[in-house]
Design a protein around this ligand. Structure first.
Ligand SMILES: NC(=O)c1ccc[n+]([C@@H]2O[C@H](COP(=O)([O-])OP(=O)(O)OC[C@H]3O[C@@H](n4cnc5c(N)ncnc54)[C@H](O)[C@@H]3O)[C@@H](O)[C@H]2O)c1
Length: 463
């Protein structure tokens, strides 16, 4: 199939390269000139494991190309994906300006040569399917009313489908090739059959697994959940809100656990074995971050308020998370007493391992607070230094070259991102480098007993 994908961010580029690998002809449209230049040179402008290699393969076999000009790519495509950003705007309302521009550019380019399916993969408020359809229709009408076109008006036919994305940064290609399910919101049979054809190799798992993107052993087929558009849009928000709520729940229990002398890891391991609960997303720590959870939880709260519905669980989920980030500062105060003038080493910047994404990263809240309190902050992250330099040049931090360099002469180390480099580090060497052997493990991922044995003052969350 000929496909156009608007947006070459995490979701757009992963979608484009996955579909191109499955044999479709994909043109990925990107309006950001800097990103486009990177892509044209064969470089992925962000860090995602195995993505650059996959992009190289599908560009070389001719299935994927990039452009900044939407019009030709949209005209040539039968299926058009929207994967533009929908960040949080004012008061937690999603900023839909990228979606608006994308819909308009689609409407301006569509012609009557074939029926087009427009698939929205961006996370959008319920009702956006209707809104996108309206915007595209308005653009079509405006173009048809221009004097050059008004003579011969042919009907332009298209349908809008919702296809929320559930990939996780860091394992985006695994999630894209081997998803737990594909959710589609459709309102017509043609769209339904085109989507099934488009995703058939994934649904039947009939493709050869790409190098280093290994198919889970148990996976034989992927279910396709076909629902109405509003349900598909709500599924995405509800899913992220539930995951955020699970983490905030674990953190509330961690705080009780610390007071009563229990061990949160034991508590969560045991409750997670209950098949009704499950162990994932029950890790206590400094809380969730990233591009999706906060904006999606806030958007769902907003959707409810538009219907005069006051939600209780979700505002509490956000509140717990905000407080949780600064727990490491409280622990630091308890141990060091004075924060001013102290040298603090921050282990990890990205909101989670295997990505350089800093959107809503807890590291930023912690660094900001430490700088405000007058400490000197050194940071080390295996991949996110450039992102911090570009996005937060105002943060006056020292960049370390590695974990040893980070540790030298510090009064405390705070583990913020559970990169394997930190889990596997040689702490016997680090112990010799630090000024004060205090380590605050914000992800409960280090070996507490081993660190205590080495002479560290180890502080976890809820332990
Ligand atoms: N990042 C994730 O982990 C993730 C997971 C699931 C769903 N989502 C959702 O997917 C959507 C995209 O997220 P993302 O992280 O890929 O965002 P992103 O900001 O990384 O990428 C969006 C890209 O779209 C480009 N763009 C904007 N307007 C355009 C236009 N009119 N034509 C072509 N390109 C345009 C931007 O320049 C940008 O590169 C969001 O709605 C997000 O909530 C994200």
């Amino acid at each position: 199939m000929n496909i156009a994908v608007l947006g070459a961010g995490y979701v757009g580029l992963v979608t484009s390269s996955t579909l191109a690998y499955l044999g479709h002809k994909v043109v990925n449209i990107e309006t950001d000139e800097v990103k486009l230049e990177y892509l044209m040179k064969g470089t992925v402008p962000f860090y995602e494991p195995n993505l650059e290699n996959l992009v190289r393969i599908v560009v070389n076999n001719g299935n994927l190309s990039f452009t900044g000009k939407a019009s030709d790519a949209i005209k040539a495509a039968q299926v058009i994906f929207i994967t533009v950003g929908t960040p949080s705007g004012i008061d937690g309302q999603p900023d839909l300006s990228q979606l608006l521009n994308a819909a308009r550019s689609i409407g301006q380019a569509l012609d009557s040569t074939q029926h087009r399916i427009i698939i929205n993969k961006s996370t959008v408020p319920v009702g956006s399917g209707n809104w996108v359809e309206m915007l595209i229709s308005q653009s079509i009408q405006q173009i048809q009313l221009t004097p050059a076109r008004s003579q011969k008006i042919n009907p332009i036919s298209f349908s809008v489908v919702s296809n929320p994305e559930f990939l996780r940064e860091g394992t985006a290609l695994i999630d894209s090739f081997y998803p737990d399910r594909i959710v589609v919101g459709v309102s017509d049979d043609t769209s339904s059959s085109v989507i099934r054809k488009l995703y058939e190799p994934i649904l039947s798992q009939s493709f050869d697994q790409p190098l280093n993107i290994l198919r889970p052993k148990h996976l034989k087929a992927v279910p396709l959940i076909e629902v109405d558009i509003a349900s598909a849009e709500l599924i995405k928000y509800a899913s992220n809100s539930f995951l955020a709520m699970k983490i905030s729940f674990a953190n509330e229990i961690a705080n009780i656990s610390e007071k009563v002398g229990a061990n949160i890891n034991h508590v969560m391991d045991a409750i997670g074995l209950d098949s009704r609960i499950g162990r994932s997303f029950l890790n206590a720590g400094i809380g969730w971050g990233g591009s999706c959870f906060k904006k999606d939880v806030s958007a769902l709260i907003n959707i409810a308020s538009e219907y005069d519905l006051a939600l209780n669980l979700l505002p509490a989920t956000v509140k717990v998370n905000e407080a949780q980030r600064l727990i490491v500062i409280r622990k630091l105060q308890e141990e060091l007493k004075i924060i001013k003038g102290r040298k603090i080493g921050i282990m990890g910047l990205a909101f989670k391992p295997n990505t350089d994404d800093l959107r809503d990263a807890p590291s930023i809240s912690i660094i900001t607070q430490l700088l405000k309190m007058g400490s000197s902050v050194k940071v080390f992250d295996p991949v996110a230094h450039d992102a911090l330099k570009q996005q937060r040049p105002d943060l006056d931090v020292i960049f370390a070259n590695n974990i040893e360099d980070l540790s030298r002469d510090t009064d405390a180390l705070i583990l913020v991102t559970e990169w394997s480099e930190f889990i596997l580090a040689k702490y016997e060497n680090i112990k010799k480098l630090v000024r004060n052997p205090l380590i605050i493990d914000g992800r409960n991922c280090l070996n507490k007993e081993h660190l205590i044995e080495l002479g560290f003052n180890y502080k976890g969350i809820g332990l």
